[in-house]
Ligand binder design. Structure first.
Ligand code: MG
Length: 389
């Protein structure tokens, strides 16, 4: 019997680097607002001893990612780039004493995404096919927008609706923080009016922000208000560690409850899933440990009767990872898309484009299926040389 020769089984990791993105970060709506010179995202590149490089993304300060890479390099260089899950687990297991869940976990996220990109390029398969197979070819991109005063909110949602979005999330800004329930409702009403009755609309209180002023009673009352505007989920309505209140709120809220963006490592999600504290679980693939970790959380959520929708205050590389995961899960039909971020819109050779229904086609090309554009990225990072093999 004829057997074809084995595919390449080894590809050594030769170089790993981070490129902090600076200068054009979109506002975060945080109490201490992001300044133009702040870095809140970094791209990660992994070069191999073959003619293949992979790309990832991390949602944190780029200097932290550079420092994280220096710490991880001795465990990483020379490793087999074709084994993302095993290599990422090796990094997690051997850094237990340096702060599980923090900078190193964030950094591993970008490396892991890049390794999946490499595995796909080496095998000629998209990451979604390697993860599970393709449950869908498109995902609805919900446009994430900061809350504004009602008149401005209406204009902003109308602008992105005109660009083709059919699902929206509004969050942070004055919502809850102004201690004015009429203003909160007026903002949501304005967004619903501009989005149209057919659009999906989600609301994000952003209670992981510094000194979130409200508790359970506010969250419950506000959830009841949101029901009148057919809000699809209420995100982070409570401080991020108030698991008992989340559990209780989920039981009584007339709208689904979402959260989990600040949790990292799959293990942190176990109590939230086993205790049924959320309807929609939102790990961030660029923080939580990468695709290897996100996949496990997504399946745990699925098996626990919850829905996984990735958090992505993102770059185009993070969005590309979210899309592959959406294809690979049975019920994940949404991806988060920041409205008006050049790090999403302006760093690929072929930027993502919405179809007539406000959806993105999920690439079925090798790896993440997107090609970073060095010339464009050079506008947003001080030194482009690490991109070169
Ligand atoms: Mg959020």
């Amino acid at each position: 019997m004829n057997q074809s020769p084995p595919a390449r089984q080894q590809m050594r990791i030769r170089k790993v680097a981070a490129l902090p993105l600076v200068g054009d970060s979109p506002k975060g709506g945080w109490s201490a607002e992001i300044r133009p010179e702040d870095s809140i995202h970094a791209l990660v590149v992994v070069h191999t001893d073959a003619d293949i490089s992979g790309f990832g993304s991390v949602f944190t300060n780029g200097q932290l990612v550079q420092a994280g890479i220096r710490v991880l390099e001795p465990l990483l260089l020379g490793e087999n780039a074709l084994e993302p899950d095993r290599v990422s687990e090796k990094l997690h297991q051997n850094t237990f004493w340096m702060g599980r869940g923090g900078t190193l976990t964030h950094t591993i996220s970008g490396i892991d995404i890049a390794l999946w990109d490499i595995l796909g390029k080496a095998t000629g398969l998209s990451v979604s096919r390697l993860l599970s197979g393709r449950h869908r070819e498109h995902a609805t991109a919900y446009c994430s927008l900061l809350m504004e005063e009602p008149a401005r909110m209406r204009e902003v949602v109308a602008t992105y609706r005109a660009q083709g979005f059919r699902a929206f999330k509004i969050g942070w800004g004055p919502f809850g923080r102004a201690h004015d329930t009429r203003l909160d409702e007026a903002i949501v009403a304005a967004a619903r009016g501009a989005a149209g009755d057919e659009a999906q609309l989600f609301v994000d209180a952003g209670a992981s922000d510094a000194y979130w002023p409200h508790g359970f009673s506010w969250a419950k009352r506000t959830a009841e208000m949101l029901k009148d505007y057919a809000v699809g989920w209420f995100e982070e309505p409570l401080r991020p560690d108030a698991i008992e209140d989340y559990r209780e709120l989920r039981r009584c809220s007339p709208v689904p409850i979402a959260g989990g963006e600040v949790l990292t490592r799959r293990q942190s999600f176990i109590p939230w899933l086993t205790q049924g504290a959320l309807d929609i679980v939102q790990p961030d693939v660029t923080k939580v440990g990468g695709i290897s970790e996100q996949r496990r959380i997504a399946w745990m959520a699925y098996d626990s009767g919850m829905k996984y929708v990735g958090h992505g205050w993102n770059t185009a590389l993070g969005l590309a990872a979210d899309l592959q995961l959406a294809a690979a899960m049975p019920d994940t039909d949404l991806v988060e898309f920041i409205g008006g971020s050049p790090y999403v819109d302006d760093i690929l050779r072929e930027p993502f484009a919405l179809d007539a229904d406000g959806r993105l086609a999920i690439p079925d090309l090798p790896g993440l299926g997107v090609a970073p554009d060095a010339e464009r990225i050079a506008r947003y990072t001080p030194d482009i040389t690490p991109l070169r093999a």
